[in-house]
Design a protein. Sequence first.
Length: 155
Amino acid sequence: MIFGHISQPNPCRLPQAIEKALDFLRNTDFSALEPGVVEIDGRNIFAQVLDLKTKEKHENRPEVHRRYLDIQFLAWGEEKIGIAIDTGNNEISESLLEQRDIIFYHGSENESFIEMTPGNYAIFFPQDVHRPACIKNKENAIRKIVVKVAISELQ
């Protein structure tokens, strides 16, 4: 996992596909976009613009992806995201790998939380369990952009 703020320069060079995704986040006016999918580089890199309400931790299931990494960016609002390394010990709640590249777990072993405010992003790799859109202080509306980057593009 990598955590940062979009206004800060990267301290080291990231793979070109991740840099392309971060450039999209830096240079897009998200108040002008409707919720939905925005293609950046076909199905290799694309963004999902989501308007959500934060929920209690127990109402959100931890998740992992295998074919794409997630760059979760908060445009407005505030949230907490649960994070943990996928130890292989979490009980699967639902597997939609073939359909949507996602596995949901019932819980997450050794989970910690990061706090997201506007401009923060977190990059989750296939080994990173994450539980997004959790209440930070109180339930609130958020606009989140999830950029999906195909793992095959990192080679």
